[in-house]
Write a protein that binds this ligand. Structure first.
Ligand SMILES: [Zn+2]
Length: 418
């Protein structure tokens, strides 16, 4: 078997293409395969527009595609592609070779391998590994995510989670919509205002979805998102996401700590110094050292400790078996906060009071949690994917780049799209 035959078989080119020569340059470590069409090719080739017979009009100049390495050596396919003229419509067009990927510089095999790596590693790292430019890799990512996204079926979506993600410290945001049952990103867009919903609904309906099939939507208590739902989706029940609700209480506990650390008596200030993380954690997650520290704090005289107790009880309410029990306990909890706040020095419990008010005001949406127990846990997980994405996209922090990576990794798209 000649080397040409061997490569021809490995490439799976069939009777319509032939490897006419192959070279290895030991200086550049490059394997070059020259390919061209055979007589046989023209027997079967038909015009893609009308199926008419076509003949060879001429050939392009030599084009190059990066293919999978041969051992550790780079490999390229070189070919002067035929241009076919259709006898029916008289159009002349470049023939689409079977090896070509979505980006015209790479073969399908190379793209599939690169995309596999890109799911796990930053673009720059992959570019270095493959000895390619990151510009070319980005172009490929865009082509595949765009093509695969256009074919994404969203007709079965009924439970949606919506959340904001920070791109640049508090200045730029993306809003992400996800299918909470399939655990897949549906749509990501710039901003975090009500208009993000307009764009989502438009996009969803392009993908066989319908606004009124939405039954539950999980979100934080921000006004923008819930008014978007109210405007578009009359059948949707708003569920305030458990993690967001608890994080409000957590933030309030932290406010109490800050106040007490600044205005409390000397002894209390000493006890509270560097305890931020202790109050944020659950007791079972404390390290031995933190447990000792917590045990050494005189809880009776420290308001922060009371607020912390409240947070633990609040979390425990989420273990209630039904919404009625949870409702009763949330109401008792709010009374408890008001009572303690009345005894505490002025302003100490302002944030906790605010939380209690918020809980009462949003009680319906908070209790909706007990219907299907949906949460944005999947989306919280995205946050870590997302911060990895930000690192992955290093140097390319535009929202377009970030969205493309998010779709590549978390949208369950059919990628590579060949
Ligand atoms: Zn034609």
């Amino acid at each position: 078997m000649t080397p040409e035959n061997l490569f021809h078989q490995m490439l799976g080119l069939g009777n319509e293409w032939a490897v006419t020569s192959c070279q290895f340059d030991p200086q550049t470590h490059l394997v070059t395969l020259h390919v061209r069409e055979t007589e046989q090719f023209w027997k079967f080739y038909r015009c893609p527009q009308d199926g008419g017979e076509a003949f060879c009009y001429d050939h392009t100049e030599e084009l190059v595609w990066r293919h999978l390495n041969v051992f550790e050596h780079k490999c390229e396919i070189h070919c002067r592609l035929p241009r076919a003229r259709c006898r029916t419509c008289q159009k002349t067009q470049r023939v689409l070779p079977p090896w070509e990927g979505l980006s015209m510089h790479f073969t399908k095999g190379f793209e599939a391998m690169a995309l596999l790596l890109l799911r796990e590693m930053p673009v720059l790292t992959v570019a270095e590994m493959l000895d390619e430019t990151d510009t070319r890799l980005w172009r490929m990512i865009f082509l595949h995510t765009l093509a695969a996204y256009q074919h994404k079926d969203m007709s079965q979506v009924t439970c949606v989670g919506v959340d904001e993600m920070n791109i640049r410290k508090g200045r730029e945001y993306l809003t992400i919509f996800a299918d909470l049952k399939e655990k897949a990103v549906l749509f990501a867009t710039e901003g975090r205002d009500k208009e993000t919903w307009d764009r989502f609904i438009a996009q969803w309906e392009k993908h066989e979805g319908h606004r009124h099939q939405l039954t539950q939507v999980s979100m934080d208590m921000s006004k923008a998102y819930s008014s978007g739902v109210a405007e578009w989706c009359r059948n949707a029940q708003v569920v305030f996401d458990k993690y967001h609700v608890i994080s409000h209480i957590n933030a309030a506990v932290d406010q109490v700590r800050k106040y007490e650390l600044r205005y409390g008596p000397q002894s209390v200030q000493g006890a509270l110094r560097k305890t931020l993380w202790i109050w944020r954690k659950n007791p079972e997650n404390l390290t031995e050292k933190e447990k000792l520290r917590l045990a050494g704090i005189d809880h009776k005289n420290i308001w922060t400790a009371k607020a912390y107790q409240m947070r633990l009880v609040f979390q425990d309410i989420y273990r209630s078996s039904d919404a009625a029990e949870a409702k009763r306990r949330f109401q008792i909890w709010c009374r408890w906060v008001r009572m303690v706040a009345a005894q505490a020095p002025r302003y100490y419990f302002a944030a906790m009071l605010g939380s209690a008010k918020m809980v009462l005001k949003h009680l319906d949406g908070i209790l909706a949690h007990w219907k299907e127990k949906i949460t944005n846990a999947f989306m919280e997980g995205l946050n870590s994917v997302f911060s990895a994405t930000k690192r992955r996209a290093r140097g390319y922090r535009s929202s377009t780049h970030l969205i493309a990576i998010l779709y590549l990794i978390s949208a369950k798209l059919k990628i590579p799209f060949h």
